[in-house]
Design a protein around this ligand. Structure first.
Ligand code: C5P
Length: 248
């Protein structure tokens, strides 16, 4: 069954407000720590990413609480399993009311199509395929047996994801321009590895500033530590929102 998803801002959408483009990663271990960040950021941030750390520690209640408080949730558990198992997990996530979730493109076409099909009951849920983690450089890929440069692998995975019906892909800003030209505007590009000028790089390898990411064609940017570890998270988010507005 295919459901129309016209209400979702897929693909490059210049009319998206800066606030809709920023996704803050809640990479913390407890619900109180997550709530503290959400309340410090207030209305400036509407979408939060719940990843494996917080979900493993606190379970689905943290997602339900965020959705219940009016926030949008990107569930970043990077599903990668046999198609039936991934489809079943996606069905559960759809019931939690999340608006985006991730699957690994490396799971293959059958797994990706199963995820998309399973999400089709919820027209507000976007399936995003993770192409190549932004922490991996060319040498890391060679080590795990992936031939070619990161960019070639990202392109191949993104084309597979798009042809399998995924609504978006996760990719570094460096690959966004070529992805946009290859895939057109029908697929949303979500970009982590974003670092404002002067921020600590941490374990990311393929980074870009918020403005560079938006100019490169990213629809959404994911920012974690530069906001959540800032002395003043609201001010850090405000600066990033300003950069997004200027670049949009
Ligand atoms: O703290 P930082 O801004 O590096 O957080 C980036 C977030 O985006 C993390 O939660 C990380 O798991 C996630 N992510 C990523 N690279 C991907 C997919 C997701 O960094 N390819």
């Amino acid at each position: 069954m295919t459901t129309s998803r016209a209400s979702i801002p897929f693909g490059l959408n210049p009319s998206l407000a800066a606030r809709d483009r920023l996704i803050v990663a809640l990479d913390v271990s407890t619900a109180p720590a997550a709530s503290a960040i959400v309340s410090r950021l207030g209305n400036s941030v509407s979408t939060y990413k719940v990843g494996m750390q917080l979900y493993t520690a606190q379970g689905p209640s943290v997602v339900r609480d965020l959705v219940g408080s009016g926030k949008s949730v990107f569930l970043d558990l990077k599903y990668h399993d046999i198609p039936n198992t991934v489809a079943s997990a996606v069905r559960e996530a759809a019931q939690l009311g999340v608006c985006m979730l991730t699957v690994h493109a490396a799971g293959g076409a059958k797994m990706l199509s199963a995820a998309v099909e399973s999400a089709s009951s919820n027209p507000n849920l976007m399936i995003l395929a993770v192409t190549v983690l932004t922490s991996l450089g060319d040498n890391d890929l060679e080590q795990i047996g992936m031939r070619g440069k990161a960019e070639e692998n990202v392109l191949r995975m993104a084309e597979l994801a798009a042809s399998s019906g995924c609504q978006g892909i996760v990719a570094s800003a460096r690959e966004a321009p070529i992805l946009r030209s290859r895939l057109g505007s029908s697929v949303a590009i979500v970009t982590p590895g974003v670092r404002p000028a002067g921020a600590a790089i941490g374990d990311q390898a393929r980074i870009a500033t918020p403005a560079d990411a938006i100019r490169a064609g990213a629809d959404y940017i994911v920012v974690g530590r530069p906001i959540t570890h800032a002395a003043d998270p609201a001010q850090a988010a405000g600066q990033i929102l300003g950069e997004i507005t200027q670049a949009s």
